[in-house]
Design a protein around this ligand. Structure first.
Ligand code: URA
Length: 438
């Protein structure tokens, strides 16, 4: 008879676990026979000791097989993207409607806030009525008929990731390559997508702080994809400044709608279009120039926005938000962030900003922490921008003035300023590893 303590100990001293041992501890955790404290210790042991490639493949398989796997007809052009997590990362909401409007089928299982990063599901659930839970059959029907649906892990679909993801969020066990790999790839394999593009974030607001670490994660993600017959391309994107200007659930949805309505937001535009090109290339045998033409067409003629409206509507949300964003939750208190320094922004500790927002309810500290969907921040500056003393560089939207003032201070502390301009602005796209070119 296996014993969870022995399995934890075996990993704690860095030994390789068998499939049977991992299956035992993960499945007993899902059934409630292994308590949170033992699973937390197990996750921390993995965090410190890592896992072999074979262990990661096994863990991913155990996650996938903890629920049902969805299958789509082979001839359907299924494609998805997943981000490794960033601050202000709202790209799913701009990208998925564009790719669906261009003809791709996107069966997306997404995640909630994790560590200092926000989650797509939390953002979507800030839309009144939006429902991210549905049965496998309903999910499949929505993807087949509407080309796009976005759901949460559930008791039926990757329940292992559902429970372990939430536990990692509050036990400081997020930034582990094996755990990130199994978490991402189990969702993407269970959803039945043939093709996947990973938005692999690198920098102060990402889990991977250096390109070297990010490349290691990329190798693993591609390897796991191949092991399960999925084509995986990687786009490395810079995550030093929060993406766009809004951070916080409803504020980010509003910003996505504005982008799809035609507002120019340079980093959102660049990341969205780069990922869309990679997704379309995986689905259709068309050139990059043809992809770009299609993408611009569906944004400019409004079909991408219509797709977003359709997504909201088929998932029970109020579709009127695309015409009237004031329907979204909002905050009573708005505090200005006023600069007390003058110079060029040379560094933003985006992770610190992400964690700070938890103070006003935009993220969680406990498994069951409620979210304040209207809370968040507008931050107008990017690395390389100039700031004057007394300039308003952002706003904090919150329900408590005390917590909001702390966030104002945290954000001022998170930015580093230099009197002299020391570098040129860097492209938000660091590099692309396209599976078709390998
Ligand atoms: N996204 C996920 O789904 N899981 C992780 O662990 C990190 C990012």
């Amino acid at each position: 008879m296996l014993n969870p303590v022995e399995i934890i100990l075996k990993k704690r001293i860095g030994n390789e676990l068998t499939l049977e041992e991992m299956f035992f501890i993960v499945n007993n955790y899902i059934n409630g026979n292994v308590p949170d404290y033992q699973m937390s210790a197990f996750l921390m042991a993995i965090f410190f000791k890592g896992m072999s490639k074979q262990e990661i493949v096994n863990l991913t398989r155990i996650y996938v097989e903890s629920g049902s796997k969805i299958d789509f007809p082979k001839e359907l052009k299924t494609v998805d993207k997943h981000s490794t997590g960033g601050v202000g990362d709202k790209i799913t909401m701009t990208l998925a409607p564009i790719v669906a409007a261009c003809g791709g089928y996107i069966p997306m299982i997404s995640g909630r806030g994790l560590g200092h990063t926000g989650g797509t599901l939390d953002k979507l659930e800030s839309i009144p009525g939006f429902n991210t839970f549905m049965t496998e059959a309903v999910f499949k029907e929505k993807v087949l008929n509407h080309k796009l649906a976005i759901i949460a892990q559930s008791a039926d679909i990757v329940p292992a990731d559902k429970k372990i993801y939430a536990l990692r969020d509050v036990t400081a066990t997020v930034e582990s390559l094996p755990l990130i790999c199994a978490s991402i790839m189990s969702k993407k394999i269970a959803e039945g997508s043939q093709n996947l593009v990973i938005d692999l974030k690198v920098g102060s607001g990402a889990f991977m702080k250096t390109l070297q670490e990010a490349e290691k994660l990329a190798d693993l993600l591609v390897f796991i994809g191949e092991s399960f017959g999925q084509k995986v391309s990687i786009v490395f994107t810079r995550m030093d400044s929060p993406i766009g200007y809004a951070i916080g659930n409803a504020l980010e949805i509003k910003e996505c709608i504005e982008y799809l309505q035609g507002k120019i937001i340079p980093d959102i535009d660049k990341i969205t279009k780069t990922l869309a090109v990679e997704m379309l290339k995986l689905c259709f045998s068309i050139s990059e120039a043809q992809c770009v033409l299609k993408i611009n067409e569906v944004i400019n003629n409004g079909t991408a926005l219509k797709k977003f409206e359709e997504l909201v509507s088929i998932q029970g949300g109020d579709p009127n938000i695309v015409r009237n964003t004031s329907i979204l939750p909002s905050s009573k208190i708005i505090l200005n962030i006023v600069s007390n320094q003058k110079g060029y922004v040379i560094n933003i500790n985006s992770q610190q900003i992400g964690y700070s927002l938890i103070k006003i309810g935009a993220g969680r500290t406990k498994l069951d922490s409620p979210l304040d969907m209207g809370s968040g921040v507008y931050f107008y500056k990017k690395i390389g921008d100039f700031i004057e003393v007394g300039e308003i560089i952002g706003e904090v939207h919150c329900a408590s003035e005390k917590a909001g003032n702390e966030v104002v201070q945290d954000i001022l502390n998170a930015i580093n300023i230099s009197e002299t301009k020391v570098f040129e602005k860097k492209d938000v796209i660091i590099g692309i590893r396209n599976v078709l070119n390998q």
